[in-house]
Design a protein around this ligand. Structure first.
Ligand code: K2U
Ligand code: ZN
Length: 175
């Protein structure tokens, strides 16, 4: 298994729309394994393939306290969302250090395929519901900062670009 590089906002590749998976093969299984390893290492509770510059509809999620309940969603779709809404202080591995409130449906019913191509459905609330919606946004090329005000988003963009320049300077110094 390998650790994958997570794209950092405002990388334009984060806004690409992911394509449906059509072949359920060992390559897909390896991608899901590498995404899971990358998510656990970050650490995070979810990761979308878009974030590792693979523009296919694959998501990994583990919101368990024991970090032992990995869920892989291939070609996920939302079947139902509740009228009840929840505001959650979201973060994102592609926007490190930034957290802000995002309002979403509190409960969802999702349908997806596992890595073997077997369809399943899940009804979720709480962190799992938020995470499913957050990751599915990534597959549509949407990052959680897109829900914030233009002022906040521009400030976050400027901060991320400054940090990226500092990261590149550090890499140059170290090489
Ligand atoms: O997409 C990602 O970068 C993964 C997010 C998933 C997430 C976003 C918002 C709300 C819940 C989950 C990362 O896991 S962000 C880090 C984190 C960890 C635990 C709880 C919330 C956020
Ligand atoms: Zn994210």
């Amino acid at each position: 298994m390998s650790l994958l590089t997570i794209l950092r906002y405002p990388d334009p590749r984060l806004h690409k729309v992911a394509k449906k998976v059509s072949v359920f093969d060992t390559r897909l299984k390896r991608l899901a394994e590498d995404m899971a390893e990358t998510m656990y290492d970050a650490p995070g509770v979810g990761l979308a393939a878009s974030q590792v510059d693979v523009h296919e509809q694959v998501i990994v999620i583990d919101t368990s306290d024991t970090r032992s309940d990995l869920r892989v969603f291939v070609n996920p779709e939302l079947l139902w969302t509740s009228d009840e809404r929840i505001i959650y202080d979201e973060g994102c591995l592609s926007v490190p250090g930034i957290y802000d409130g995002v309002e979403r449906p509190a409960r969802v019913r999702a349908r997806a395929f596992d890595v073997d191509g077997k369809m399943f459905e899940v009804e979720a609330d709480g962190l799992l519901a938020v995470c499913i919606q957050h990751e599915m946004d990534h597959l549509k090329g949407k990052v959680f900062v897109d829900y914030l005000s233009p002022l906040k988003r521009n400030r976050i963009k400027a901060r991320m670009l400054k940090e990226e320049r500092e990261l590149q300077r550090e890499k140059k110094r170290a090489s």
